[in-house]
Design a binder for this molecule. Structure first.
Ligand code: HEM
Length: 136
């Protein structure tokens, strides 16, 4: 496992366990992400967030494991198809990643620039796969 993967994995578990001012990590992420634009908020108007938060936590592991050389696993293919149907723009993926990194900043008690970079590096290939599938 590379340094970035290890830093990401350790940070992921610290963030997932953390609650700041009564707000868990995933809630902090969705609060930020939905406040980015009314277009994004509207897409989640009918969403059951208990389920959504659980699914996102699990899907992060798949996005992080995405390897461009070996290609996507079944979950990544399904996830990319679902988001293509939803018509998500590349710009929204940028807002998604920024919102997530901001939530890591508040919720990982050992947050640092190194931690931020590890999330960015580990997730970017999977996010780029989602973006490229969305433009097909
Ligand atoms: C790599 C980034 C992303 C990941 C890992 C991710 C993950 C997920 C997962 C796991 C689901 C549930 C899928 C299912 O129902 O089986 C989902 C649904 C959804 N995602 Fe994403 N997502 C990402 C980016 C985005 C972006 C940028 C948007 C933009 C608005 C978005 C909007 C939605 C919407 C609207 C749903 C459906 C919610 C519902 O069923 O009510 N996602 N996402």
């Amino acid at each position: 496992m590379g340094d970035h993967e290890e830093t990401f994995n350790l940070s992921y578990w610290r963030a997932v366990r953390a609650t700041v001012d009564g707000v868990p990590f995933m809630d902090a992420f969705y609060e930020r992400f939905l406040s980015q634009s009314s277009e994004i908020a509207e897409m989640f108007a009918a969403t059951d967030f208990d389920t959504q938060k659980q699914m996102l936590l699990i899907s992060l592991v798949h996005v992080a494991s995405f390897d461009p050389v070996h290609g996507p696993d079944a979950t990544m293919i399904r996830l990319a198809r679902r988001h293509r149907e939803l018509g998500i723009s590349p710009r929204s993926y940028g807002l998604w990643l920024d919102s997530l990194l901001d939530a890591v900043k508040t919720h990982d008690p050992e947050y640092s620039e190194d931690v931020r970079e590890s999330w960015q590096r580990v997730l970017t290939p999977g996010v780029e796969f989602m973006i490229s599938e969305g433009s097909k």
